[in-house]
Design a protein around this ligand. Structure first.
Ligand code: HEM
Length: 412
């Protein structure tokens, strides 16, 4: 890897293709780095593993940009309970304790590891159905034909969105990731449609509870407390969207990393053919570390003056923890730029850390594992059908994922 000699330009198209040399420079020369983002907003980037882990667990970093504001008007933008509860964006990733603690406890009662484990046969069925559709062609765009539809159908099924409505969700979700999730134009329309749909669905389920996750959310209670209708809608929304683009990227970035590391890929393929699971288990974690779906953790804001990695951070300053840089830190990982599917000492930050640690990690692991295992088993001679230099990466700040991934294989 060619680490630049001088301060690299960040967030350019070239950077998007391979941000790791620039992150190596930052870790070495400016580990807590003040930068101007493409949006014009300035923020601290935290790139060393130890600093990143500490920042993710630091209760003085809030998810609420107005937390420190004294004036009621500023607080009103996001802070008034009445306004917040009516907002789909008032979800786990955007709130602090004690609200966060209460909502996370309630959702954890319904979204259990057991529910995810029982869902495994359905994920396998969805995976096989999608592969059946493109396998006879001998070529595919693995993002469009596979990585994109799998997570949306999976989470819709788990939540209890009726099958006949799932294609609408796929279209709304596609609109949201194409436009980066900002609250404008088509995105605003999609959010509005989703809000209306979820409110109606939750209302309907309330009158006719079933075994699905939405019914579970409605039933969940803690010390007699339940989710309000708005909280339930915001919860469904975050489950849909925190679990969607991330899982696309796990399947996309993961397959791409395997195709570019043939030695590792063949070891994995042989172990799958022998029916072993150990290398698949450590391999999924390694793919999350090596080129994970979430490049930067979501926004955090200092509620008081604090120090990260020796750098003073002022009250109100935005802090972005660069998971992709922390997970390649040579101070934490041996040979961090090498893909080693059997890596055992692998406490990566791909799912975050602290109170916002990924709620969907068991589902993500199930989907990632099933997708990669089934692809390699059913299409053993899968290969890249494009020059890596021609592949395009999606432009958003937080996520890292391919727009397309053309492959070919012997038609099956
Ligand atoms: C939070 C990564 C899949 C639901 C997070 C965070 C990360 C992450 C890094 C913390 C962000 C922060 O602290 O700023 C991933 C990755 C996934 C994945 C890499 C796939 C490979 C999923 C799935 C779901 C999900 C499938 C649900 C269906 C959530 C939720 C949160 C979260 C609800 C917020 C938790 C909280 O704030 O308490 N995820 N995620 N994620 N994730 Fe995931």
């Amino acid at each position: 890897m060619n680490v630049p000699n001088t301060a690299p330009e960040l967030f350019t198209w070239e950077f998007a293709g391979d941000p790791y040399p620039a992150y190596a420079w930052l870790r070495e020369h400016s580990p807590v780095h003040w930068t101007k983002l493409p949006s014009g907003v300035e923020a601290w980037l935290v790139t060393r593993y130890d600093d990143a882990r500490q920042a993710l667990a630091d209760g003085r970093l809030s998810k609420n940009p107005d937390h420190h504001a004294e004036d009621a008007e500023a607080k009103g933008r996001t802070g008034i309970p009445g306004e917040r509860s009516a907002n789909l964006m008032t979800h786990l990733l955007n709130i602090d304790p004690p609200d966060h603690t209460r909502l996370r406890r309630l959702v954890s009662k319904a979204f259990t590891p057991r529910r995810v484990a029982e869902f495994a046969p359905r994920v396998q069925e969805l995976t096989d159905d999608l592969i059946d559709r493109f396998a006879p062609r001998g070529e595919a765009d693995l993002i469009h034909d596979f990585a994109f539809p799998l997570p949306i159908y999976a989470i819709c099924d788990l939540l209890g969105v009726p099958r006949e409505d799932q294609d609408d969700f796929r279209d709304w979700a596609g609109m949201m990731i194409r436009h980066g999730g900002g609250p404008r134009g088509g995105v605003a329309r999609s959010v509005k449609k989703i809000r209306g749909y979820l409110a109606e669905l939750i209302h309907r389920k309330r009158g006719d509870l079933g075994e699905d996750l939405i019914s579970g959310l409605i039933r969940a209670s803690d010390h007699g407390e339940h989710l309000t209708e708005n909280e339930a809608a915001a919860m469904c929304f975050v489950l849909l969207f925190a679990g969607f683009e991330t899982t696309i990227n796990l399947i996309g970035n993961g397959t791409y990393a395997l195709l570019r590391n043939p030695g590792q890929r063949h070891r994995l393929q042989e172990s799958i053919e022998r029916g072993e699971t150990a290398l698949l288990d450590t391999g999924i974690e390694e793919l999350l570390r090596y080129d994970g779906p979430v490049e930067l953790a979501t926004w955090r804001f200092a509620t008081e003056p604090l120090t990260i990695g020796g750098q003073r951070i002022a009250t109100g300053d935005p802090v972005l923890v660069v998971l992709a840089a922390a997970d390649r830190d040579p101070a934490r990982f041996a040979q961090p730029d090498a893909l080693d599917l059997s890596r055992r000492d692998n406490q990566h930050l791909g799912y975050g850390h602290g109170i916002h640690y990924c709620l969907g990690a068991p589902l993500a692991r199930l989907e990632g594992r099933t997708a990669l295992e089934t692809l390699l088993r059913r299409l053993p001679d899968l290969e890249l059908a494009a020059d890596p230099a021609d592949l395009r990466w999606r432009g958003g700040l937080i996520m890292r994922g391919l727009r397309d991934l053309p492959v070919r294989f012997t038609a099956a």
